[in-house]
Design a protein around this ligand. Structure first.
Ligand SMILES: [Ca+2]
Ligand SMILES: [Ca+2]
Length: 355
């Protein structure tokens, strides 16, 4: 009888006061009545209050994850493993590879991010923001580059450090890059060779007397668009006027000419020709040159235009060196006397003028 009464009383209690103590499996709600306070107070004898979420659970106050908040508050900023007392990362010669790891440690072992917050890197050197690696090639200049790097952990805690890199201009002539007694001048990341006649190229590596610009049918460095002519015979256009081309260029009379646009200013030393066919070939010709394609000058011997002998053979190549090299972009072959028709196939020899 007594047990029954107790169960009835409990039932009434839960029903009446469900607003402040409610069990809805698996949740337990403790709520205050409207306008009331909720107080959780431990017992008077130094009692503690424990909140124990399980697994990945956490504790919220409002919408704030309190465990996450404590983690952020307690997170320590990263610390730099400074490479030297002054943050100097070393001295690098122009063009030398720079490969440096800016090392920092996060006490919590989390991910870190690196970024430049002041100063400037040497041009050509870059920072990997994830790894903290500086890499690139040192510029060819005497300079000191100072820059501030901030390393930031996953909680936004950071540490700054100033670093510096010194660079030294390298004398690119030290390796004696100019061949054939060319005179070397040091430059930024480069050198310039002043070549002795008849050598050319960036390192005077070419003998310009034998360096073809590439009209030859088997080379075609000079594209068809850079071959032109005046009074071409229809079926033998300028684009066929290449050495070793099976057809060859043919003009119609002595007013005809064949022109090669080399494409850039060149020190031209020689030309070579073959006949157009066994029955059609140039006997004699002149050569004119121009830098602008408008104003042409004869290649001369003294004050007289040089007369060159053309090849009367289909196969044999006759090469003529000029007495002095000429500076030209355009070379024009002018027929003087010919067999049947003024036909030829040509090549030009020289070196590009390097500024
Ligand atoms: Ca940290
Ligand atoms: Ca230099």
């Amino acid at each position: 009888m007594a047990t029954t009464c107790i169960l009835i009383l409990c039932s009434c209690f839960l029903t009446i006061y469900a607003s402040f103590f409610d069990i809805q499996y698996p949740n337990v709600y403790i709520t205050a009545e409207k306008g009331g306070n909720l107080t959780i107070q431990a017992g008077p004898q130094q009692g503690n209050i424990f909140m124990k979420p399980n697994g990945n659970g956490t504790v919220y106050i409002g919408h704030t994850d309190m465990l996450k908040l404590f983690e952020i508050v307690n997170s320590l900023p990263p610390t730099w493993k400074v490479n030297s007392a002054h943050g100097s990362l070393g001295v690098f010669a122009g063009g030398q590879s720079v490969n440096l790891l800016l090392e920092a440690i996060d006490p919590e072992g989390g991910k870190m991010r690196f970024e430049k917050v002041s100063g400037a890197f040497p041009p050509g050197v870059h920072l990997d923001k994830t790894t903290g690696r500086l890499s690139g090639n040192a510029p060819d200049v005497d300079a000191t580059y100072e820059f501030g790097i901030r390393v930031t952990d996953a909680h936004g805690k950071y540490a700054d450090q100033i670093f510096s890199i010194d660079t030294r201009e390298k004398n690119q002539c030290n390796s004696n890059p100019c061949q054939h007694n060319g005179k070397c001048e040091d430059a930024i990341d480069d050198y310039k060779c002043n070549c002795t006649n008849p050598y050319g190229g960036s390192s005077c590596q070419f003998d310009c007397r034998s360096k073809a610009v590439g009209v030859d049918n088997g080379v075609k460095t000079i594209p068809d668009a850079q071959l032109s002519s005046h009074y071409a015979s229809g079926d033998h256009p300028a684009s066929d006027g290449r050495l070793n081309n099976p057809r060859g260029w043919s003009g119609t009379n002595t007013g005809s000419w064949l022109q090669v646009d080399i494409g850039h200013p060149t020190s031209v030393f020689a030309v070579a020709t073959q006949g157009q066919s066994s029955s059609s070939y140039i006997k004699n010709f002149r050569v004119q040159y121009s830098v602008d394609g408008n104003s042409f000058t004869n290649v001369v011997n003294g004050t007289s235009a040089m007369e060159f002998t053309g090849s009367s053979s289909v196969n044999s190549v006759i090469k003529h060196a000029f007495l002095q090299p000429v500076t030209a972009r355009y070379i024009r072959f002018i027929p003087r006397t010919y067999q049947t028709k003024p036909g030829m196939r040509v090549e030009v020899y020289g070196c590009e003028i390097v500024n």
